[in-house]
Design a protein around this ligand. Structure first.
Ligand SMILES: [Fe+2]
Ligand SMILES: [Fe+2]
Length: 193
Protein backbone atom coordinates (compact mmCIF):
# COMPACT_ATOMS: atom_id res chain seq x y z
CA UNK A 1 0.00 0.00 0.00
CA UNK A 2 1.06 3.56 -0.26
CA UNK A 3 3.75 5.55 1.38
CA UNK A 4 3.51 9.27 0.85
CA UNK A 5 5.62 10.24 -2.10
CA UNK A 6 7.04 13.57 -3.08
CA UNK A 7 4.20 15.91 -4.00
CA UNK A 8 4.98 18.87 -6.27
CA UNK A 9 4.53 22.20 -4.43
CA UNK A 10 1.60 23.22 -6.65
CA UNK A 11 -0.35 20.14 -5.58
CA UNK A 12 0.13 20.50 -1.82
CA UNK A 13 -1.28 19.65 0.67
CA UNK A 14 -0.85 15.94 0.10
CA UNK A 15 -2.25 12.54 1.06
CA UNK A 16 -3.13 12.12 4.75
CA UNK A 17 -0.80 9.83 6.70
CA UNK A 18 -3.66 7.40 7.37
CA UNK A 19 -4.44 6.78 3.68
CA UNK A 20 -4.85 3.19 2.50
CA UNK A 21 -4.78 3.00 -1.28
CA UNK A 22 -3.05 1.10 -4.03
CA UNK A 23 -0.42 2.73 -6.22
CA UNK A 24 -2.85 2.79 -9.19
CA UNK A 25 -5.37 4.60 -7.04
CA UNK A 26 -2.70 7.02 -5.92
CA UNK A 27 -2.00 7.78 -9.60
CA UNK A 28 -5.71 8.56 -10.07
CA UNK A 29 -5.76 10.90 -7.06
CA UNK A 30 -2.65 12.69 -8.27
CA UNK A 31 -4.23 13.23 -11.73
CA UNK A 32 -7.39 14.60 -10.10
CA UNK A 33 -5.17 16.98 -8.09
CA UNK A 34 -3.34 18.10 -11.23
CA UNK A 35 -6.62 18.82 -13.00
CA UNK A 36 -8.10 20.72 -10.06
CA UNK A 37 -4.87 22.74 -9.70
CA UNK A 38 -4.91 23.57 -13.42
CA UNK A 39 -8.52 24.76 -13.16
CA UNK A 40 -7.74 26.86 -10.09
CA UNK A 41 -4.99 28.58 -12.02
CA UNK A 42 -7.12 29.13 -15.13
CA UNK A 43 -9.94 30.50 -12.98
CA UNK A 44 -7.66 32.70 -10.88
CA UNK A 45 -8.99 31.44 -7.55
CA UNK A 46 -7.14 32.59 -4.42
CA UNK A 47 -4.62 30.31 -2.71
CA UNK A 48 -6.88 29.47 0.22
CA UNK A 49 -9.65 28.31 -2.13
CA UNK A 50 -7.20 26.21 -4.16
CA UNK A 51 -6.09 24.65 -0.87
CA UNK A 52 -9.68 23.67 -0.07
CA UNK A 53 -10.05 22.00 -3.48
CA UNK A 54 -6.78 20.11 -3.05
CA UNK A 55 -7.55 19.02 0.51
CA UNK A 56 -10.77 17.45 -0.73
CA UNK A 57 -9.01 15.80 -3.67
CA UNK A 58 -6.31 14.19 -1.52
CA UNK A 59 -8.87 13.01 1.02
CA UNK A 60 -11.59 11.70 -1.28
CA UNK A 61 -10.21 8.23 -2.04
CA UNK A 62 -7.83 8.02 0.92
CA UNK A 63 -9.69 4.98 2.31
CA UNK A 64 -10.60 3.51 -1.08
CA UNK A 65 -8.62 0.34 -0.38
CA UNK A 66 -9.19 0.16 3.37
CA UNK A 67 -10.53 -3.06 4.88
CA UNK A 68 -14.27 -3.58 5.33
CA UNK A 69 -13.66 -3.40 9.08
CA UNK A 70 -12.00 -0.02 8.86
CA UNK A 71 -14.72 1.36 6.56
CA UNK A 72 -17.32 0.09 8.97
CA UNK A 73 -15.53 1.70 11.88
CA UNK A 74 -15.58 5.14 10.25
CA UNK A 75 -18.83 4.90 8.30
CA UNK A 76 -21.09 2.53 10.20
CA UNK A 77 -24.18 4.64 9.54
CA UNK A 78 -23.53 5.29 5.83
CA UNK A 79 -26.16 3.58 3.67
CA UNK A 80 -25.47 1.43 0.64
CA UNK A 81 -22.87 -1.12 -0.45
CA UNK A 82 -19.22 -1.08 0.77
CA UNK A 83 -18.18 0.71 -2.46
CA UNK A 84 -20.15 3.75 -1.34
CA UNK A 85 -18.62 3.86 2.14
CA UNK A 86 -15.13 5.11 1.36
CA UNK A 87 -16.28 8.74 0.96
CA UNK A 88 -18.20 8.92 4.26
CA UNK A 89 -15.38 7.02 6.00
CA UNK A 90 -12.68 9.40 4.71
CA UNK A 91 -14.77 12.43 5.72
CA UNK A 92 -15.27 11.05 9.24
CA UNK A 93 -11.58 10.24 9.55
CA UNK A 94 -10.59 13.71 8.29
CA UNK A 95 -12.97 15.32 10.76
CA UNK A 96 -11.47 13.30 13.61
CA UNK A 97 -8.11 14.55 12.36
CA UNK A 98 -9.18 18.17 12.70
CA UNK A 99 -10.67 19.11 9.32
CA UNK A 100 -13.47 21.58 10.08
CA UNK A 101 -14.33 22.98 6.64
CA UNK A 102 -17.91 21.93 5.92
CA UNK A 103 -17.47 22.34 2.15
CA UNK A 104 -14.40 20.09 2.14
CA UNK A 105 -16.06 17.45 4.34
CA UNK A 106 -19.25 17.42 2.24
CA UNK A 107 -17.20 17.18 -0.97
CA UNK A 108 -15.41 14.09 0.36
CA UNK A 109 -18.44 12.48 2.01
CA UNK A 110 -20.69 12.72 -1.06
CA UNK A 111 -18.16 12.46 -3.90
CA UNK A 112 -19.61 9.17 -5.19
CA UNK A 113 -23.26 10.27 -5.14
CA UNK A 114 -23.50 14.08 -5.42
CA UNK A 115 -25.07 16.65 -3.11
CA UNK A 116 -27.48 19.46 -4.00
CA UNK A 117 -25.99 21.78 -1.37
CA UNK A 118 -22.38 21.53 -2.54
CA UNK A 119 -20.21 24.60 -2.76
CA UNK A 120 -17.45 24.85 -5.35
CA UNK A 121 -15.25 22.26 -3.60
CA UNK A 122 -17.76 19.45 -4.09
CA UNK A 123 -18.47 20.55 -7.65
CA UNK A 124 -14.80 20.61 -8.60
CA UNK A 125 -14.07 17.24 -6.98
CA UNK A 126 -17.07 15.47 -8.57
CA UNK A 127 -16.16 16.83 -12.00
CA UNK A 128 -12.39 16.33 -11.83
CA UNK A 129 -12.80 12.81 -10.39
CA UNK A 130 -14.61 11.87 -13.63
CA UNK A 131 -12.64 13.95 -16.13
CA UNK A 132 -9.07 13.10 -15.06
CA UNK A 133 -7.25 11.78 -18.13
CA UNK A 134 -6.38 8.30 -16.79
CA UNK A 135 -9.89 6.90 -17.15
CA UNK A 136 -10.16 4.77 -20.29
CA UNK A 137 -13.62 5.72 -21.58
CA UNK A 138 -14.46 8.56 -23.98
CA UNK A 139 -11.06 10.16 -23.58
CA UNK A 140 -11.50 12.92 -26.15
CA UNK A 141 -14.95 13.99 -25.05
CA UNK A 142 -13.82 14.08 -21.44
CA UNK A 143 -10.67 16.05 -22.35
CA UNK A 144 -12.85 18.59 -24.15
CA UNK A 145 -15.11 18.91 -21.09
CA UNK A 146 -12.03 19.35 -18.88
CA UNK A 147 -10.82 22.19 -21.13
CA UNK A 148 -14.23 23.89 -20.95
CA UNK A 149 -14.59 23.71 -17.16
CA UNK A 150 -12.87 27.01 -16.20
CA UNK A 151 -15.07 29.05 -18.55
CA UNK A 152 -18.32 27.11 -18.19
CA UNK A 153 -18.17 25.12 -14.95
CA UNK A 154 -21.94 24.85 -14.41
CA UNK A 155 -22.60 23.34 -17.84
CA UNK A 156 -19.65 20.96 -17.55
CA UNK A 157 -20.73 19.78 -14.09
CA UNK A 158 -24.23 19.11 -15.42
CA UNK A 159 -22.84 17.15 -18.38
CA UNK A 160 -20.61 15.08 -16.09
CA UNK A 161 -23.56 14.35 -13.80
CA UNK A 162 -25.66 13.39 -16.82
CA UNK A 163 -23.04 10.90 -17.97
CA UNK A 164 -22.50 9.44 -14.50
CA UNK A 165 -26.22 9.05 -13.81
CA UNK A 166 -26.86 7.59 -17.25
CA UNK A 167 -24.31 4.92 -16.41
CA UNK A 168 -25.96 4.16 -13.06
CA UNK A 169 -29.37 3.84 -14.72
CA UNK A 170 -28.05 1.77 -17.65
CA UNK A 171 -26.48 -0.61 -15.12
CA UNK A 172 -29.83 -1.08 -13.39
CA UNK A 173 -28.54 0.28 -10.10
CA UNK A 174 -30.69 2.36 -7.77
CA UNK A 175 -30.15 6.12 -7.57
CA UNK A 176 -29.34 7.14 -4.00
CA UNK A 177 -31.63 9.85 -2.69
CA UNK A 178 -28.89 12.53 -2.53
CA UNK A 179 -28.15 11.82 -6.20
CA UNK A 180 -31.75 12.53 -7.21
CA UNK A 181 -31.77 15.82 -5.31
CA UNK A 182 -28.35 16.70 -6.75
CA UNK A 183 -29.54 16.10 -10.32
CA UNK A 184 -32.74 18.06 -9.79
CA UNK A 185 -30.73 20.97 -8.40
CA UNK A 186 -28.63 21.01 -11.58
CA UNK A 187 -31.55 21.08 -13.99
CA UNK A 188 -34.02 23.21 -12.06
CA UNK A 189 -33.58 26.95 -12.49
CA UNK A 190 -33.17 28.68 -9.16
CA UNK A 191 -32.98 32.39 -8.39
CA UNK A 192 -29.63 31.90 -6.64
CA UNK A 193 -27.95 30.44 -9.72
FE1 LIG B 1 -14.04 7.50 -4.76
FE1 LIG C 1 -11.65 9.25 -7.16
Amino acid sequence: MSSVRHTPPGLRPTLPTWAVLSSERLGHVQRVAELAAAWSEAMGVPDNERHRWLRAVWLHDALRDASADELERWASSAPGPPGLKHGPAAAARAKADGEVDRGVLDAVRYHSVGLAEWDMVGRVLYTADFLEPGRPLEREQRAELARRFPADSGAVLREVARRRLTHVIASGWPLPEPTVRFWNSLVTPSPSR
